[in-house]
Write a protein that binds this ligand. Sequence first.
Ligand SMILES: CC(C)(COP(=O)(O)OP(=O)(O)OC[C@H]1O[C@@H](n2cnc3c(N)ncnc32)[C@H](O)[C@@H]1OP(=O)(O)O)[C@@H](O)C(=O)NCCC(=O)NCCS
Length: 257
Amino acid sequence: MELPPASFWPDLIRLPDTGPRDGEVWVWSFPTTGGPFLPRLEALLNDQEAQRANRLRSNRAQAEFVSGRGLLRLVLGRLLNCPPQAVRLSTTGNGKPVLAPDHSNAPLHFNIAHSHGMGLLALAGHAELGVDIEKVRPVGDQDSLARRYFHPNEVQHLEGLSGEVERRLAFFHAWTRKEAFLKATATGIGFGLDRVEVTLGAEVPARLVCIDNSEENARGWTLQHLEPSNGWMAALALKAPCSRLVTGHARLDQLTG
Ligand SMILES: CC(C)(COP(=O)(O)OP(=O)(O)OC[C@H]1O[C@@H](n2cnc3c(N)ncnc32)[C@H](O)[C@@H]1OP(=O)(O)O)[C@@H](O)C(=O)NCCC(=O)NCCS
């Protein structure tokens, strides 16, 4: 199934020397299918990360982790003016990778997502953020997943859509937006996807409608719909304004060459 044509994301062939300006958010896609860049990115991981990569069972999962973590280290090393291997990362209680507190003089927030050969890395200086990406594809138990995980208003909206394509797109609107929100808060799926209501459907902009049925709780959040490439849908969430969104396709072959 084809999504409408993706908005144009230029190739990123050189890393910036300075981080996102206040209010700015960068979102870059990157390939996770492997290639000559993969061993070069693997060389940037620390011992713990290399061991984790080796423990991953499938080549696909290894390539996803190595490409995302390697690109992250490459970018953070450049912005923090240190070798990529020297960037210190830690994780929150729910496993969200963050910059270690000893880098607190250079506030940089980031989040990674991957799906079926494509990854996303989002970076901002002014707020924690979350991204999710999904390949738009048939999901066999789409309706039961929606009933299990989505807010009742979202389920009602989905059930009111008659066309298969329209319904699938709306399902992925909800999925990516809710996941991006959960990832921004670092809570993960345990928070309860049904506690969050988002807009869905192509005719309305992405927006966080309610948290725990309260519009007040949702105030101040930015939710941005993204289409990095035809056939993929993504979302960005942050509890702050986004004054400028800078998107690009990270050319890992050139960035690591
Ligand atoms: C932890 C979680 C974010 C994983 O999500 P996922 O969809 O499997 O994976 P994504 O590709 O979106 O994101 C993975 C990345 O998120 C980051 N991450 C891990 N834990 C995180 C957390 N608690 N918060 C934010 N980001 C997190 C990591 O960088 C990870 O990549 P890495 O392991 O290569 O470093 C969690 O929300 C989850 O388990 N989601 C399940 C998705 C689902 O079933 N949705 C049903 C919708 S109908």
